[in-house]
Design a protein around this ligand. Structure first.
Ligand code: SF4
Length: 373
């Protein structure tokens, strides 16, 4: 039997074309998608006490049919798979939240809810793979033994269920970073489909500038992203200031030399203008010396960047963040070697619930009941 058509697996315009080819009016498909995507993340779906009918958009005979959409659009919605939400953890320290999902083949997928300074606004940190083959030395995701790319629907379903949680709390999702488990550019097409659903006015209508795709540095895909003129922000994680140290920290990405990575960043900046977002995981006694700052200055000369510093979080204890004194010394050195470039310290929250950068490993101890807050 052919699986039902899943709007979460296709660019919204491809969904419109699919149904138009079956003789359905394009305006009706657009109205349906513009109503269904926000409805598919309705808070009722996460509340175990809420009745599923008549409001569940994944069930026939409920909300969607009352809105008198053509029947063909509703066929098979009740058979669409969902990620199973296994646990929700809330950090008592900074209110970051981590949702742990399980795929239908038993793999963990994690999504982090990042509270923003703006009142009631939340950004989502979404996974593009379960596990990750990039083997970054400081990253718990890399140590998961089973791994695969997520389907577009599995990426979108994280967003829908996380959005449901956020709305249940009276907050709203204003942005999204593809920076959870996995290297997004290893799953390029599906990540772009999910991003299109996020930003499309007939999807979830999130501002494209509030959607960030983060990469540890895949040059061919950065060039593709540039060539295709994708409207999202690009964030490149450098790892280190020289190729030898980078090979220790981000070994797979480091197969391409830093100068080639920065050349791709220059091409992107040349096409897009503005500043390139670079992130740099700071590790004591490894990549935060005066020499590292000088190498970065040489490497990035003439390239407008926003240089984001993130303290390493490594529950194994192998890597440590710089002490406050080391951090200040490195920041001052960067200011000298990257004159006029913004140097920003980024907070990587949720460390106490293993939700910080590099700590996502499908863990949920101790799990919280789904209906607690
Ligand atoms: S840091 Fe990112 S790219 Fe590197 S192993 Fe972890 S998830 Fe993959």
């Amino acid at each position: 039997m052919t699986p039902p058509f899943d709007p979460r697996d296709h660019h919204p315009e491809a969904t419109v074309a699919h149904f138009v080819a079956q003789g359905i009016d394009p305006g009706a498909v657009r109205r349906f998608l513009a109503a269904w995507f926000p409805r598919a993340s309705d808070a009722n779906l996460l509340d175990p006490r809420a009745p599923r009918e008549p409001d569940d958009p994944f069930l026939p005979g409920g909300w969607a049919s009352r809105r008198r959409f053509p029947r063909r659009l509703l066929e098979g919605l009740d058979q669409l798979p969902r990620l199973k939400l296994e646990s929700i953890q809330v950090s008592p320290r900074d209110r970051f939240e981590k949702l742990l999902f399980r795929t239908n083949d038993g793999l963990p997928v994690e999504t982090v809810l990042i509270p923003l300074h703006k009142e009631n606004a939340v950004s989502l940190c979404v996974s593009s793979q379960s596990g990750c083959p990039m083997a970054c030395a400081f990253c718990a995701t890399a140590r998961l033994s089973r791994r695969r790319n997520l389907a577009a629907w599995e990426i979108v379903d994280q967003i829908l269920q996380a959005r449901a949680r956020v709305e249940l709390q009276g907050r709203r999702v204003t942005g999204c970073v593809f920076m959870g488990m996995g290297e997004p550019f290893l799953n390029y097409d599906r990540v772009m489909t999910a991003a299109e659903i996020l930003r499309s006015p007939i999807g979830l209508a999130v501002n494209a500038k509030a959607i960030t795709i983060s990469t540890v540095g895949l040059v061919a895909e950065i060039d593709r992203f540039t060539r295709e003129q994708r409207p999202y922000r690009l964030s490149i994680s450098l790892g280190a200031a020289d190729d030898a140290t980078r090979a220790q920290l981000v070994p797979v990405a480091a197969r391409t030399p830093l100068r080639e990575l920065i050349a791709a960043a220059r091409r992107h900046q040349h096409q897009r203008g503005g500043r390139i977002n670079l992130s740099y995981v700071c590790i004591a006694n490894l990549n935060t010396s005066e020499t590292d700052a000088r190498n970065l200055g040489r490497l990035l000369e003439g390239l407008p960047v926003r240089f984001n510093l993130i303290d390493v979080t490594d529950p194994t204890g192998r890597f440590h963040p710089p002490s406050p004194a080391q951090w200040n010394t490195f920041r001052d050195a960067l200011r000298r070697h990257l004159p006029g470039q913004p140097i920003v310290r980024r907070y990587s929250g949720g460390a106490d619930i293993q939700a910080a950068c590099g700590t996502l490993a499908g863990t949920s101890s101790p799990p919280q009941p789904l209906d607690s807050d």
